[in-house]
Unconditional design. Structure first.
Lengths: 969, 88, 413
């Protein structure tokens, strides 16, 4: 059986290309240009899906993505919307959310039980006794959800692009096209989008047989497609409106992030269902849905039709059905013929009976509409005693419209109910937002064109800064196209307000009666509008029902918030291409070539250690020993490196760091500790003086950008004459450390390395291996050490030379892990590991870095003055008892004192130099100040004793960082 | 996404900026309570707020007066206006 | 089929009692006015009536019941906090949650799912251990687990995160749960209403009257009501209320966004949070994936959505769950988070006599609903801070005695 019509004038089909596919195990054939639903309907398959809750049979309703009756599953994707998904050859589809098959869905039984499942029933049961709830929950969850995902599906990502325009016109129907032209004529750069694959909007399905529309259609389509100022983007969905006219457009190739300067919403109206018993049967359709089916896909929607209408559009639809060969038995008009105009006259001429002041009381049929029961209707209630029946397999509903105003709401627009049009209309729109067309109450073609012209001109005036007198209401219709109460009660119910959620009229009424009589509460309790259609076909009737129950007006009742997205948007399009920036030092390739295990350090990659993963511990030990006994070289290029220049440079650093920097001697450096306003440690590094008015500052890897930012802000707020240069990326740095450091460097540099000229903490400029460098005498790892700062492009050459020349001293590259051990032996903290989000310098055992008496001011000083006497904890060194061989404590294991938490280990490592485990712990008072043993609770729960001790653990006098090994020996 | 129409650099998306928060001047001779109030308290209520915004790509600082209810920048503040002296 | 459902089905009419009262005039005086008809406000009203016999109480709500952050959060309940004060507080809350359905005779769908906080760096792993150790010390079921454990429990997660920032381990908190957020507010509201508390929706507080340093009443858009005690439980609107009294606080408002996918058949039982990737996800009883990230970076008193949020979230989410790239995002929304400098709430008495504060909930308000209501009710009844909330007093900011929760910061929903 085929319902395919002869070629229609504006059909979307390419009949030269057939496409075969499978649905529920059956083979079907459609054309290129078909949607999944239209291809199935053309083949006579009118049952397209099952409803979410009661598993009722469902067919096509809107063909416009305003409902999700036709939802499909493939092996690639869940929840495929058949009405709008283009048919592709070879598709293998099944119905969504059925137990068994679409035809024999075992869960239809739930529909029979619907009387036992009143609105919000799940709140009122299943919870007693408590222990049974998990069982009920499993049952309920099994019935929840729609499609199935396969967790084995691979990732998909679609690239995004950026777009810019003066004016974005959303909706390429009559008013949208006219608006685009009107604005383009004013010289604006216009983008015109429509979610449909072809432009034209309702012109092409509702007015397809209207002779007067043909000329307009041809002109508009030609003009917008040929205007140099207009870019037309069919097949692009405006996902939502975001701040400052940022509108992502979802197209077949991904998302265009469109930035407009103004937006016109010409998004039209969404036809609303009449609410009567069995209004969800396959065969019951929106009139506009049937028109789409005929005009776009050349599918005959049924053989024998009844048309329910409350507007002139219903008569247009009836005429269109006649033209498509459908036998229209009757038109049921909820009002009177006198209001309907020329289309009604045309229909009358065909002698098709019209029942005025009647409505549909009930639809009948099992899996397909068989019969329509109509009865007199007084505008509010239906008198079922005078019911009449019509045999029909098609029932069209043309009872009213709701504006597709989602984007207007998102932009902060306000809509108000217009009792002339019986429709919500834009009342107040924010700057740069315009609306036109049926969305704005312009219904006749003339009105829509005039309204488009107006909106385009207003948008142009707005963008040119010309005076603007908005005339939002100028082109509106003066008669209603919606019925204020298209709703009929029925003692047996099944009169659905929300098809997604299987919500019947009584569900909403009962929700309101139970106190959920605020529109948002009703939504949340009944779930009206919460399904995948997001209320497109349900919210308006929901509001009408609530208004009626509460006796409030539509405006008093209000509406729920229309949040993005307009339609659901694929995650793969939202996510876009994967972009994970990494920063690599100039020595990165060397590290890889030499067996480094790399680790992430913020955005940087750093060598953790050199060697195979399975020999991690030995490798780290080897590296530590190399530094202690011979030489080690570590890449520290990730340090923040900032030049600070200008007459006020010293003042800037004095104000930013705890210690005074303005009195550092030329060629010397000082430890630099930064705290915030509340006295919490945020960064540390060193400050060195290059010249009277020039300093060189380092910062920790993770805080480098923030430190630069803080310094630059202080320049502004303190009004200083200072320039900063962030050299983090342009300078490499390496630390050569070990007793042979000086010996190795001496022949390679022109800098006088003698202790007198270049003492500990000194800073000198010169050349090394012919490369301009800055050398800094540092002591972080506790040996004679030189930090070498040099241009990135020379880093590899110098590194290689040092490695080669250092071979005779047993030089080894060392990584972050060895550095952690080495610094721990010296008792140096790592900010962020040994400190937390509230640690101040006193707690970190660095009172020497807080010159409260001698400095009049630095950021955080008043806080530290207060905190000095209130320290509740203190960083202490500890060692595991000599010879301890039990379970090892880990970082963040807790210190326990008298059964209470008394601190935690912040760092612990085996010290090869001491031959035992050492560590730092943040210890609460009073334990911190006592001489008692600490106890730490390890994984097994056992308490392990720790011997508190002073730091540094190693070379407390700091002899080694000043002298050569030979001199020590 | 929010766009700021900034002096010198023109229209820039908010994603290019770091938000550093309310502009405040530390009271130099405050008692404990007013110092603590400076450190922790903020003008949390909706309304006009002077805020620091750092434009990362150019390293420029802006102080904007923004309506935090409507998310609209009312004006750009001359940086001279937020300057204060620190004791040296 | 449960008996209750049979009963509904066999009755010819739907004569269920109202959950909440119809709109009625305000009285001229109440013993206690609660500003804010969200979960916290309703819980406070409920416990005032139930445990302290104080029923001359009005809850004033500018919108509708549970319409603020109660109805916008992602419904996660857990107690794996970092500080002892946080752990004790939230553990009390979790235990109250477990019995709420029974208490209310209303099913709040409290569902224990297990909660993973993933660690992608060794520093994150250290923080996880810290939290686990503090939790265990207080008898909370938390442990640091390795990749193998995670792979067994969440087999469909890509622990290598597509090759960047691989998962190194996690903090696993077995009692982590989700609940139907609206039902929590409704249950408390119904319970309070049935015990005589008045609930006034669409009633906006426009001012608070004081005499000296003492509260005397509340101005509303429906007129003045006098009262002895006022408690503000309004999360994102807190600064608007406190500014009426000239009371400065550290609270700043940042939007917190979330989104849901289209519903799919349940496949995910656990709750997964990744601090490093700034994402978290669970699957609702309707089958939607409920997803969120961290708060927006700048102050804003608005519940607008942003596209960059959903872009960033989905980008990171499919590193963990590649198959989710085939799903669709259905709806996004935002709430206004009242953030404090130490990521802990501000509760209890204030310098103004008769004015009490329950605020600073940041992104953790929902899970504290029962315990906040209970301890604030106690505090109001006794005019003395309940011991569980003493660490959260406003004066800690004057005393430089902050709560150390910041150590476990980043994303922690």
């Amino acid at each position: 059986m085929t319902s395919r019509l002869d070629p229609q004038p504006l059909e979307w089909l390419d009949r030269s290309e057939t496409r075969s596919f499978e649905f529920e195990g059956q083979h079907y054939i459609g054309f290129a240009g078909d949607s999944i639903s239209s291809a199935l309907l053309a083949s006579g398959q009118t049952l397209l899906g099952r409803s979410f809750k009661y598993h009722r049979p469902r067919g096509a309703v809107t063909l416009a993505n305003h409902d999700v009756n036709a939802l499909f599953q493939s092996s690639e994707e869940p929840n495929i919307r058949g009405d709008v998904t283009p048919l592709a050859a070879g598709m293998q589809l099944t119905a969504c959310n059925v137990n068994g098959s679409l035809a024999k869905d075992r869960d239809q039984i739930i529909g029979k039980l619907s009387r036992f499942l009143p609105v919000g029933f799940y709140y009122k049961t299943f919870h007693k006794p408590k222990k049974f709830f998990p069982l009920w929950e499993r049952l309920i969850r099994e019935k929840a959800g729609l499609g199935r995902i396969d967790t084995g599906w691979s990732v998909r990502r679609k690239a995004k692009t950026y777009g810019f325009c003066d004016l974005l016109v959303i909706g390429a129907g009559a008013s949208g096209m006219q608006a685009a032209l009107s604005a383009a004529e004013q010289g604006l750069d216009v983008v015109l989008v429509d979610e449909n694959p072809q432009i034209g909007g309702s012109l092409d399905y509702q007015l397809v047989n209207e002779a007067s529309a043909a000329v307009v259609r041809a002109r508009l389509k030609h003009d917008v497609q040929n205007h140099t100022n207009i870019r037309v983007l069919p097949g692009h969905l405006a996902c939502g409106w975001y701040t400052d006219h940022y509108v992502p457009l979802l197209g077949p190739d991904g998302i265009i992030k469109m930035r407009a300067r103004a937006v016109i919403s010409a998004t039209g109206v969404m036809e609303q269902p009449a609410v009567f018993r069995n209004n969800d049967l396959p065969g019951v359709m929106m009139a506009s849905g049937a028109q789409r089916l005929v005009a776009r896909y050349a599918v005959k929607p049924g053989q024998r039709a009844v048309v329910l209408t409350a507007n002139s559009e219903g008569y247009r639809a009836a005429l269109d059905m006649v033209k498509a060969g459908v036998d229209v038995s009757a038109v049921i008009d909820m009002g009177s013929l006198a209001e309907r105009g020329v289309w009604a006259d045309e229909l009358n001429a065909l002698k098709i009976p019209v029942l005025e002041r009647h409505t549909v009381y009930e639809a009948q049929g099992k899996e397909q509409l068989k019969r329509v029961v109509v009865a007199p209707f007084d505008g509010d209630k239906c008198d079922s005693r005078d019911a009449r029946e019509f045999d029909a397999d098609l029932l069209l509903m043309s009872v009213g419209w709701a504006p597709a105003a989602q984007l207007l709401y998102q932009a902060g627009g306000r809509l108000a109910y217009d009792s002339t049009l019986e429709q919500l209309l834009p009342q107040e729109l924010p700057n740069g937002i315009f609306a036109c067309g049926r969305l704005n109450g312009a219904f006749t073609l003339e009105q829509r064109l005039a309204d488009g012209e107006r909106a385009g001109a207003e948008a142009a005036a707005f963008l040119k800064g010309e005076p603007l007198i908005p005339a939002l209401a100028a082109c509106r219709d003066t008669q209603a196209h919606s019925h204020p109460w298209p709703i009929v009660d029925h003692p047996k119910g099944k009169n659905f307000v929300d098809f997604d959620e299987d919500l019947q009229l009584k569900d909403l009424v009962n929700a309101a009666k139970e106190g959920f009589d605020n529109i948002e509460l009703m939504k949340r309790f009944s779930t009206v509008g919460m399904g995948p259609s997001q209320g497109k076909h349900a919210n308006m009737n929901g509001i009408r029902v609530l208004a009626a129950v509460t006796g409030r007006s539509i405006d008093q009742t209000g509406s729920t918030t229309a949040r993005p997205m307009f339609h659901p948007v694929p995650v793969q399009a939202l996510a876009g291409r994967r972009f994970r920036p990494e920063r690599l030092t100039a020595l990165h390739p060397w590290h890889l070539d030499n067996g480094a295990q790399m680790m992430e350090a913020g955005v940087w990659m750093r060598p953790e250690f050199y060697g195979r993963p399975e020999e991690r511990a030995q490798a780290i030990l080897r590296e530590v020993q190399a530094v202690r006994t011979g030489l080690g070289l570590i890449d520290v290029s990730t340090l923040g490196k900032i030049e600070v220049m200008g007459p006020d440079a010293g003042k800037l650093l004095d104000g930013t760091y705890t210690m005074r920097m303005s009195n550092i001697k030329l060629g010397m450096t000082r430890y630099a500790l930064m705290v915030d306003d509340s006295g919490v440690i945020v960064d540390d590094g060193i400050v060195g003086r290059i010249a009277e008015d020039r300093f060189y500052v380092t910062a920790t890897t993770s805080h480098a950008d923030a430190t630069f930012r803080t310094l630059s802000r202080h320049i502004v707020e303190w009004g200083l004459d200072v320039r900063l240069v962030n050299r983090t990326g342009t300078l490499a740095a390496m630390n050569l450390a070990g007793p042979h450091a000086r010996k190795l460097l001496k022949p390679l540099t022109d800098i006088d390395l003698s202790e007198d000229n270049f003492p500990y903490l000194g800073l000198q400029e010169g050349t090394l291996c012919g490369v301009p460098v800055r050398l800094i005498r540092v002591g972080f790892v506790g040996e004679l050490g030189y930090e070498i700062h040099l241009p990135v492009d020379a880093a590899l050459q110098v590194w290689n030379t040092l490695m080669e020349q250092g071979a005779e001293y047993g030089i080894r590259p060392f990584g972050v892990e060895a550095q952690r051990v080495l610094r721990l032996e010296k008792g140096h903290i790592i900010v962020g590991q040994d400190t937390d989000g509230l640690t101040n310098p006193f707690e970190a055992n660095m009172p020497w870095a807080v010159p409260l008496k001698t400095k009049p001011w630095f950021t955080g000083k008043p806080s530290l003055a207060l905190l000095k006497e209130r320290c509740q904890r203190s960083l202490r060194g500890f060692m595991l008892p000599q010879g301890y061989s039990g379970e090892l404590p880990k970082e963040c294991h807790l210190l326990i004192d008298n059964g209470d938490i008394a601190g935690r280990i912040t760092s612990i490592a085996y010290s090869p130099s001491l031959g035992r485990y050492i560590g730092l712990a943040m210890v609460d008072q009073p334990l911190a100040s006592s001489e008692r043993m600490f106890q730490v609770r390890v994984d097994s729960g056992a308490l392990v004793p720790l011997e508190p001790c002073s730091t540094p653990f190693y070379d407390a006098e700091g002899v080694r960082q000043t002298v050569d090994l030979t001199e020590v020996a | 996404m929010k766009v700021f129409d900034c002096p010198v650099i023109g229209r820039r998306p908010i994603s290019e900026f770091d938000y550093v928060g309310e502009v405040r001047k530390p009271p130099m001779d405050a008692d404990e309570a007013s110092w603590a109030a400076y450190v922790f308290n903020r003008q949390g209520a909706p309304g006009l707020l002077r805020e620091w915004w750092y434009h990362r790509p150019t390293g420029r600082w802006y102080v904007m007066e923004r309506d935090t209810l409507k998310d609209e920048v009312v004006r750009f503040i001359d940086l001279e206006e937020v300057r204060y002296d620190i004791p040296a | 089929m449960p008996w209750r459902l049979l009963k509904y089905g066999l009755k010819s009419s739907h004569d269920e009692p109202r959950f909440f009262p119809e709109s009625r005039p305000l009285k001229s005086h109440y013993d206690v006015v609660i500003i804010g008809g969200g979960g916290h406000g309703m819980a406070c009203a409920y416990y005032l009536a139930k445990e302290h016999g104080i029923t001359n109480v009005a809850v004033l709500e500018q919108g509708y019941i549970g319409g603020g952050n109660t109805g916008r959060n992602t419904t996660i309940v857990r107690s794996n906090y970092l500080t002892p004060e946080g752990v004790k507080f939230y553990d009390t809350s979790l235990k109250l949650f477990e019995d709420l359905s029974d208490d209310f005779d209303l099913n709040i769908f409290y569902s224990t799912r297990g909660h993973f906080t993933l660690a992608h760096t060794d520093s994150a792993l250290r923080t996880m251990r810290w939290r686990a150790e503090v939790n265990k010390h207080h008898g909370i079921d938390s442990e640091v687990v390795d990749r193998d454990f995670i792979a067994k429990e969440v087999p469909y997660m890509d622990l290598d995160c597509a090759g960047h920032s691989p998962v190194m381990g996690a903090l696993y908190h077995a009692p982590g749960a989700v609940a139907r957020h609206d039902a929590v507010a409704w249950g408390y509201a119904r319970g309070a209403y049935n015990r005589g508390v008045e609930i006034h929706q669409r009633t906006r507080v426009t001012g608070i009257r004081t005499q000296g340093d003492k509260v005397t009443g509340v101005e509303t858009d429906r007129g003045f009501v006098s009262c002895n005690k006022v408690v503000s439980m309004v999360a994102g609107s807190t600064p608007r209320i406190t500014s009426m009294l000239g009371l400065d606080t550290p609270i700043e408002i940042f939007p917190l966004q979330a989104c849901v996918s289209e519903p799919v058949k349940p496949f995910m039982d656990t709750i997964v949070v990744s601090g490093s990737l700034h994402v978290y996800v669970s699957q609702s009883s309707r089958g939607e994936m409920v997803m969120g990230a961290s708060v927006d970076p700048s102050v804003l008193h608005s519940t607008r959505s942003s596209f960059d949020f959903v872009e960033g979230l989905t980008d990171k989410m499919i590193d963990l769950f590649p198959f989710m790239s085939r799903m669709k995002v259905m709806r996004q929304w935002a709430g206004m988070s009242d953030i404090t400098p130490d990521f802990a709430p501000i509760m209890g008495k204030t310098p103004i006599e008769g004015f009490y504060l329950d605020a600073g909930w940041g992104t953790w308000g929902f899970k504290a609903t029962p315990v906040s209501g209970k301890t604030m009710a106690w505090t109001l009844a006794n005019d003395r801070n309940h011991e569980l909330i003493e660490p959260f007093r406003l004066s800690r900011f004057t005393d430089f005695d902050l709560v150390g929760e910041k150590g476990a910061a980043s994303v922690g929903h």
